[in-house]
Design a protein around this ligand. Structure first.
Ligand code: GSH
Length: 264
């Protein structure tokens, strides 16, 4: 019995949904409304003390941290393995997963928050908003979200986020010169963990970020064509949601572009 606490737009929840689909597993969905901070409710914090999605519950036992959940599912279930055979390729796969967790994920949050989560929080009073943000358990995340809510796209985190994205894209372009997928000629957890972060770029209409990197553009297209991606990511972006996100992303592009141009 697999249950997943998830949000459609969360890239780390998308990673887990892709693995569930690649392995052909049945699961039950529990939607956690992040814009209302349902992730900070006491009953959810009992499952995931970090107060974030996703959380997998397997036979009543919680597993947290998306990369750990992905490896757990790959190890716990038969079916096509999402790990390369070669131990060196596995080491490289884990390096990419760590890069996603430590750098790309917070960067993605810095781009999504001002456009997607901030408007809902701004409808609350200043006091209600601060009270909610003060409950975020981890200090770096708490401080970052406070900056993003206060300054929106003008927060200093946004420029760093754009630079992390661009460096990641250039590194991926190099990696893809060697093999069809990120660490070998087989689709692996490295691909699973990176792809959702490009969904964020796509949803806001910012694909110019990688238009000069043909291997990355082709890799993302191949990820999107997989049944796992279509069913567990694309399916959550019906035309009206896409139109809304594009409308949010379009006016922000000039800011993103200016940060990209600083890199030369
Ligand atoms: N390292 C965690 C990060 C999880 C995370 O940051 N989740 C975001 C959504 S992508 C979240 O729940 N944010 C809610 C919040 O920060 O209030 C993982 O990989 O599971």
């Amino acid at each position: 019995m697999l249950e997943l606490y998830t949000h459609p737009m969360s890239p780390c929840a998308q990673k887990v949904r892709i693995v569930l689909a690649e392995k052909g597993l049945e699961w039950t969905k529990h939607h956690v409304e992040l814009s209302q901070k349902e992730n900070l409710r006491p009953e959810y914090l009992k499952l995931n003390p970090l107060g974030v999605v996703p959380t997998l519950v397997h036979n009543g036992k919680p597993v947290i941290e998306s990369s750990i959940i992905c490896e757990y599912l790959d190890d716990a279930y038969p079916g096509p393995s999402l790990k390369p055979q070669d131990p060196y390729a596995v080491a490289k796969m884990r390096f990419w997963m760590k890069h996603v967790d430590n750098k790309l994920h917070p960067s993605c949050g810095s781009l999504q928050w001002p456009l997607v989560m901030r408007p809902g929080l701004m409808e609350k009073t200043e006091q209600e908003r601060q009270a909610l943000l003060d409950q975020i358990p981890e200090k770096p995340r708490r401080e970052r979200q406070k900056r993003l809510v206060k300054f929106g796209l003008e927060a200093p985190d946004v420029v760093d986020a754009v630079h992390v994205y661009r460096k990641t894209i250039l590194d991926m372009e190099e990696a893809l010169k060697e093999h069809d997928w990120i660490v070998s000629d087989s689709f692996s957890l490295a691909d699973v963990c990176l792809a959702p972060y490009f969904q964020t770029v796509l949803q806001f209409g910012w694909t110019k970020m990688f238009e000069d990197c043909p291997r990355v553009a082709d890799w993302f297209e191949r990820c999107r064509q997989r049944d796992s991606y279509r069913g567990s990511v694309t399916g959550d972006f019906p035309p009206e949601v896409q139109a809304d996100l594009l409308a949010k992303g379009e006016p922000a592009w000039q800011t993103i572009k200016a940060h990209l141009e600083q890199l030369g």
